[in-house]
Design a protein around this ligand. Structure first.
Ligand code: KG4
Ligand code: ZN
Length: 352
C-alpha cells in the first residue's frame, strides 16, 4: 500500500479496487486504488524525451506512445497490487488531446467488456482537484481550488464533490504555458516549468520589475501573455546591452516571482470573498516550490497540496476520482473523448 488516505473519505459503495488510466497528454499513467486501503500501485511513463526534440507535444506521437506503454504499465500495476482484475475502471475522458484520450478510453472500454466491470469517465481537471485526497490528511469540503497546469489556470469554489463554481480563469495563456514559453525564450528545454524554476533559484527575483498581470483589477481572471511579452522585451534589452548571460537567471527569478505573486494574491482574495478557510493547490504548476511556500505562509487558513509527483499528470488521481465517483460507474456503452469540457458542467456523483 502506498498511501492510506482512503479511510477518511466517503465512498458510495462497498470496498472496491478501482483502476485509473490517464492518457490526456504526454504522460501514460496507470494506478490501482482501493477504497479500503488506499493506493495499491501506481505506474507512470513520461513521454518528455520524445517531445523534447520538437519543443512541445506532438499529438500523433503522444497517441502512439500511449498505445505502446499502456499494456505493460497495466500488467505492472496489477502485479504490484496483487489482483487479477479491478472492480471498476476509471479513465480520463477529457479535456485533452483527442487521439491520446481515445487510446486510454478504448483500453478502458475493452477491459470493461472483457472483465465485465463498469467504467467511469473522469474529467482530467477534477482528477487534479482530487489529487490531494491521496494524502494522509485530505481536505474537507468546502474549499477554494487553485488549478494550475499547462492548459488551465482556474480558481474554483468547491462546495462539495461535483459542485464547482468557476470564479476566475485565464483570458489567454495558462500559467504553465507561460512558464513553458518563458523557458523557451531563455533557451531551456521542454517542458520548461521545472527547468525555469531551477534557473530562478540562482537569480535575484527583484532584478527586473515585471508586471503583476490583472492584480489591481477586480474579479479573479488571469492574463499571462503581457508578462510573457515583458520577458521577451527584457531578453532583447539584455542582449543589446551585452549582459544577457549574466541576466538570464535574474529574468527567470523575476518572472517566476511575478507569476506566483499574482496566483497567490488572487487566491487569497477569492478565499476571503467566498469565506473559504481551506485552499487546495493542484495541477503541474502546483509542484512549484515558491508557489507552495508563498501561499502556505500568506494564507491565514490551511493550504493542501498533492505531493509534487501527483501535481503533474498521473494515474493515481484518476483512480481516486473514479473511486469517489463510483456512483457514476456504468457498463460500457460508449467511449468518451473530449478535447474541451468545462469543469462546471459536472454534477455530484450519481447525477451525471
Ligand atoms: O498538470 P500537468 O502535468 O499537465 C497538464 O494537465 O497540463 O502540468 C504541466 C505543466 C507544464 O506547463 C509544466 O511546465 C508545469 O506544469 N510545471 C511547473 C513545474 N512543474 C511542472 N511549472 C512551474 N514550476 C514547476 N516546478
Ligand atoms: Zn494535467
Amino acid at each position: 500500500m502506498i498511501s492510506g488516505a482512503a479511510g477518511d473519505l466517503r465512498y458510495d459503495a462497498p470496498p472496491m479496487n478501482v483502476l485509473g488510466i490517464e492518457t490526456s497528454c504526454d504522460e501514460t499513467g496507470v494506478a490501482l486504488f482501493s477504497t479500503e486501503s488506499g493506493l495499491l500501485a501506481d505506474a507512470l511513463h513520461s513521454q518528455v524525451d520524445l517531445h523534447a526534440l520538437y519543443g512541445g507535444v506532438v499529438p500523433e506521437i503522444a497517441s502512439r506512445d500511449h498505445l505502446r506503454r499502456l499494456l505493460p504499465l497495466l500488467r505492472q500495476v496489477l502485479d504490484e497490487g496483487g489482483i487479477k482484475r479491478p472492480d471498476a475502471i476509471a479513465y480520463t475522458a477529457g479535456p485533452g488531446l483527442v487521439g491520446a484520450l481515445m487510446v486510454g478510453g478504448g483500453m478502458a472500454a475493452g477491459l470493461g467488456l472483457a472483465w465485465d466491470c463498469p467504467v467511469i469517465p473522469v474529467h482530467h481537471m477534477e482528477g487534479h482537484l482530487l489529487a490531494p485526497m491521496l494524502e494522509d490528511e485530505p481536505p474537507a469540503y468546502p474549499f477554494l481550488a487553485l488549478l494550475v497546469s499547462g492548459g488551465h489556470t482556474m480558481l474554483i469554489a468547491v462546495r462539495e464533490l461535483g459542485d464547482y463554481e468557476i470564479l476566475g480563469t485565464t483570458l489567454d495563456d495558462a500559467v504553465g504555458e507561460a512558464f513553458d514559453k518563458t523557458a523557451k525564450l531563455l533557451g531551456l528545454g521542454y517542458p520548461g516549468g521545472p527547468a525555469l524554476a531551477a534557473l530562478a533559484e540562482e537569480g535575484d527575483e527583484c532584478a527586473v520589475a515585471f508586471p503583476r498581470p490583472m492584480l489591481k483589477r477586480p474579479g479573479f481572471d488571469f492574463s499571462f501573455s503581457g508578462l510573457k511579452t515583458a520577458v521577451m522585451i527584457e531578453v532583447r534589452k539584455a542582449t543589446e546591452r551585452g549582459d544577457y548571460a549574466a541576466q538570464r537567471a535574474n529574468i527567470a527569478a523575476s518572472f517566476q516571482r511575478a507569476a506566483i505573486d499574482t496566483l497567490v494574491a488572487k487566491s487569497i482574495r477569492a478565499a476571503a470573498q467566498e469565506k473559504l478557510e481551506r485552499i487546495v493547490v493542484a495541477g503541474g504548476v502546483g509542484a512549484n516550490r515558491l508557489l507552495r511556500t508563498e501561499i502556505a505562509t500568506q494564507f491565514q487558513g490551511r493550504v493542501y497540496f498533492p505531493r509534487p509527483a501527483y501535481c503533474t499528470d498521473n494515474g493515481a488521481m484518476i483512480a481516486i476520482a473514479g473511486a469517489l465517483r463510483i456512483a457514476d460507474a456504468a457498463a460500457v456503452s460508449e467511449i468518451k473523448a473530449r478535447a474541451r469540457w468545462s469543469l462546471d458542467t459536472l454534477r455530484p456523483p450519481g447525477n451525471n
